[in-house]
Design a protein around this ligand. Sequence first.
Ligand code: ATR
Length: 280
Amino acid sequence: MDPLFDFDAPPDRYAVMGNPVSHSKSPQIHQAFAHQTGQRIIYEAIQVDAGGFSQAVGNFRAAGGKGLNITVPFKQEAWAYVDERSERAERAGAVNTMIFLESGRVRGDNTDGVGLVRDIIVNHDCPISEKRVLILGAGGAVRGVLGPLLAEHPLQVVIANRTADKAEILAREFSDGLPIEGCGFDALGDVSFDLVINGTAASLHGERLPLPDGIVVENGACYDMMYGLTLNPFLQWGKAQGVVRLMDGLGMLVEQAAESFYLWRGVRPDTRPVIASLRA
Ligand code: ATR
């Protein structure tokens, strides 16, 4: 019998693993997707201690789990754990979605980049193609989204980071003939960008980035990969620069989840009502 209609069969189990994870909205998002699409799943949040990742994944698989989302700080460990990777996960150097295949192998994917791109282009109707894009930060969060962002054919991508070397190295890694370069914050100021994306952890600490005035064009946009109830310091900076399109990462969170859900279930949920209800 199709497991979807076998109401005696236990629902398929999924979870997000991270630390901390109690604040995660992923269970709420995936339950909403399941409800909307008629899929019978259970999705929980599992906090994993440092050093306990492999064991936790093994336990979850042994208990019949079908797939996992992986969040901070285990995405690189998840990359190393899996037996095979999608091309985008390979390039990202991080895995946020694990799929436990029937064969017993574990496939790793990364849906963060496609989640960011879909949120910007589709939900916010803000094109990336032929635009000048500035990305702030050069850590795992930025590495994770660079591939899908570059695939949209921006006119230019500049990665600016507190530690300039890291931005330069990252840009070189993704260059492959593409218009991407890395620099420190102090090298900004000569060019104005259509879209500025913050992928640093500065907002998390409530800190402002040392950004010069005038680096966003009129009608430009600012996107912060974090989300919150109020404008964080980066988006406040954008507002003070006169930027009208200010976007936070809530839509990215829902879109990366939708892509994971699609990978697991083969069904694409409608993200808009889920974003709206989380926003409310
Ligand atoms: P993640 O995986 O979340 O990207 P990470 O790899 O630790 O985490 O990277 C954090 C990013 O935020 C880095 O780009 C870091 O800059 P450095 O490479 O110079 O460390 C940036 N960052 C963190 N706190 C910052 C702050 N207060 N000001 C500016 N950049 C900051």
